[in-house]
Ligand binder design. Sequence first.
Ligand code: ADP
Ligand code: MG
Length: 459
Amino acid sequence: MTFESLGLHPQILKALTDAGYTQPTPVQQEAVPAAIAGRDLMVSSQTGSGKTAAFMLPALNKFANEPVEARAGKTPNQHAQAARSRGERPRFMPAQPKMLVLTPTRELALQVTTATDKYGTHMRRIKAASILGGMPYPKQMQLLARNPEILVATPGRLIDHMESGKIDFSKLEMLVLDEADRMLDMGFIEDIELIVSRTPATRQTLLFSATLDGMVGNIARRITTDPLRIQIAGASSRHENIEQRVHFVDDLLHKNRLLDHLLRDTAIEQAVVFTATKRDADQIADRLSIAGFAAAALHGDMHQGARNRTLNALRSGQLRVLVATDVAARGIDVPGITHVFNYDLPKFAEDYVHRIGRTGRAGRNGMAISLVNHAEGVHVKRIERLTKQTIPVDVIAGFEPKKTASTRSRPGWKPGDGRGKPAKPGKPGQRTFAKPGAPGKDGGYRGQRDSRSAEGRRG
Ligand code: ADP
Ligand code: MG
């Protein structure tokens, strides 16, 4: 199938050729024609499957087929001039976007805006703006004063502008909820409902999510009208292009030694190391920098400027190791990321799927390695149940765990002998593989790290 056959405007087709896209991904093949036909959509499809274009191409297509003057309308400044020329006092004019994309995080919003600029590069005067927490207020007023057709926003900051009358959604034609499951996880449900209540009932609504179960399915049904449900088969978070491994560790010292060792693998182009807390992200990034890695932290306590600098360094390849928390790493799309490390397992199994989706982007292969306490074995099981895959346990000679939990299923070793030596000890650094799915003790998920506080979910 080609992009031409989806019925897209030539200006958009040209941009896709520029971007090096040769054919639509499965989710794009299904979503684009349905959205162009005006249907509401409920879509689940795995990360990295091209969902941004799945909603942005139909939106841009709609704008490309409208006369520019009708579409763009007057900017608030032009309204003011017109009023003055009529001898009236200019009234304040709120921005009246035609399309709104809600995303859970700033990074994701910026990524959607960048993608929009890319896909719309050959269109005349199409304006997309991001409205984000942490962005200076005057800058946002400037963006709104251009009356952009497309707003990409995180819910909180958007509501501030909505309530102060700076944005008016009465002209809204299309509403997109990107990573809806994630926004609900982060507690944005009331914000979303408030925003939706201010938009016209005639709008077209497209909802994207990793899953359409539970709460997400609920809200999806409430805010869409006769939606087409698109579930990309087998996409149930399997990430087949990403090789996965678990290493059991005895304690933090063991974990740190192993991480350092694994990061020296020359097959790693770039890596993201996930931690449960902001403090760990900082500390590990510092420790790795001292050990000679080009490493930096990314988390929700950093100012937007610092976050952008870090992300740019990652994109430009200056940075080899990014140490990040879940919320901050959301939506990172850097093709050079060959490896993802879970220094801590995520709290929710779904987050595991999102985390490892930072690698294996745009059809490349990736490797995801989790460093797991013995007490967290039960959590590995939960992830395996969700992804319906078994994650093989890997042991590196010289870094074998002492405890039994990780070794129980290995051939040549009897449970309970207390030594936990691998069957065939190799040279340090040499890999030996165990059978998948070594059971862990059911000992509370956060194990030794219980006393630390996890990062605030609203990042
Ligand atoms: P998702 O939102 O499903 O996680 P994205 O929209 O972020 O996925 O896309 C993932 C990557 O795939 C991006 O780098 C994007 O540029 C690329 N991509 C999207 N569609 C195509 C396509 N049809 N052909 C090639 N690359 C694509
Ligand atoms: Mg996406």
